[in-house]
Design a binder for this molecule. Structure first.
Ligand SMILES: [Zn+2]
Length: 358
């Protein structure tokens, strides 16, 4: 039989199949995934909840997968890659706008970019594919062959902190000792992104709390300990303190609003999580007063650029050498690509599910 095995869906309708497909290939670097990761976006596509997802031209399916770590299987020396190199492919591919033309398709200004496995471009959940060298980020630390699957979600975090640094410059934001110590960062959500945001806030020196509306399991508590974060079960109340940096991974308006009401002078709230199905919340004139009178910045941030992938890999190397066990325990499940039930069944103790292609 011709073709290769791949995990596919029919966007935006949904469904999921592990099947043999034949798709057009045109890059000079041959790749095969070691692991691909599953996130909420993949689940949303399978459930048919992601209206903005679409199949590539002339295909009635899309190969899924935007989180991956791959091995180079063939490359000529002009590409700068060699057989055996480990790489992470960039998810977003540029359209023609000014941001796309300067390598910042994460800030695309006309929506004409594509995203592997999401919008109009086949993703990485397939036995092999080819790509162009400019969209590959080399993984230099061989210890990252497994936890490197976190590069893609972490690159979003790196960008958010760049946005935070840009926005925070509008006033003196540092503490009097020139650090972020004594400042409170709250991260809403205890999924993989929530943990990676918390690790970074902790890295920056914030008093970091990670929050959810229910208790969390032992593995998650251990990760909090290892990286110096406090877990807060917000159903039992929130500490009586001001929030200087709020990062939301839930996309739930009521949750977000609840914390915006606790935000400090000159504080920053970054919205990262999306959930188009979330119920509306009661945003009032008093909330606007609070935001205006305290100079609060509300910012949205999506995706990240190639530079953020590289920086994410540096952080992963450092965190992996500091806390190898804890970082690795973020990857709670390894499954076979043919086991497509992982897209629809949910184990609350799972953080990052990796499909093992080796
Ligand atoms: Zn663009």
């Amino acid at each position: 039989m011709s073709g290769i095995n791949a995990v596919t869906t029919n966007a935006p309708k949904g469904g999921v199949r592990y099947e043999r497909v034949t798709v057009r290939e045109d890059g000079p670097v041959g790749l095969s995934p070691i692991y691909t990761g599953i996130c909420g976006t993949d689940r949303g596509m399978v459930l048919g909840h992601l209206d903005f997802s679409y199949n590539p031209d002339k295909q009635d399916f899309i190969v899924m997968g935007h989180e991956s770590i791959c091995r180079v299987t063939s490359a000529d020396s002009k590409t700068g890659f060699r057989e055996g190199d480990i790489v992470v492919p960039v998810v977003r591919r540029p359209g023609g706008c000014i941001n796309c033309r300067t390598g910042r398709q994460d800030n695309c200004s006309d929506g004409k970019k594509h995203e592997a496995g999401i919008t109009g471009m086949n993703g990485f959940m397939r036995e092999s594919f080819t790509d162009s060298p400019e969209f590959l980020v080399k993984v230099k630390d061989p210890a990252l062959a497994r936890v490197g699957i976190l590069t893609e979600p972490l690159k979003n975090v790196v960008k958010v902190f760049e946005v935070f640094e840009t926005v925070s410059r509008r006033s003196i934001y540092f503490s009097e000792d020139s650090t972020y110590e004594g400042k409170n960062a709250y991260v809403i959500g205890t999924g993989a992104e929530g943990f990676l945001f918390s690790m970074m806030a902790s890295e920056y020196g914030f008093n970091t709390s990670i929050l959810n509306r229910h208790p969390i399991d032992e593995n998650r508590l251990k990760i909090c300990d290892a990286f110096g974060m406090d877990f807060v079960d917000s159903s039992k109340g929130i500490p009586d303190e001001n929030v200087d940096l709020l990062i939301d991974t839930s996309g739930d308006p009521a949750t977000l609003l609840n914390f915006i009401r606790r935000m400090n002078y000159n504080s920053i709230a970054v919205m990262f999580g999306t959930n188009g199905k979330a119920p509306p919340a009661d945003f009032t004139g008093k909330d606007i007063d609070h935001i205006v009178e305290r100079n609060i910045s509300l910012v949205g941030s999506v995706d990240a650029a190639k530079v953020h992938y590289s920086r994410a890999l540096s952080y992963l190397s450092r965190w992996n050498s500091m806390n190898a066990g804890a970082l690795s325990s973020m990857i709670t499940d390894e499954k076979k690509p043919s086991d497509v039930s992982v897209f629809t069944e949910r184990n609350p103790e799972s953080i990052k599910i990796a499909l093992d292609w080796s």
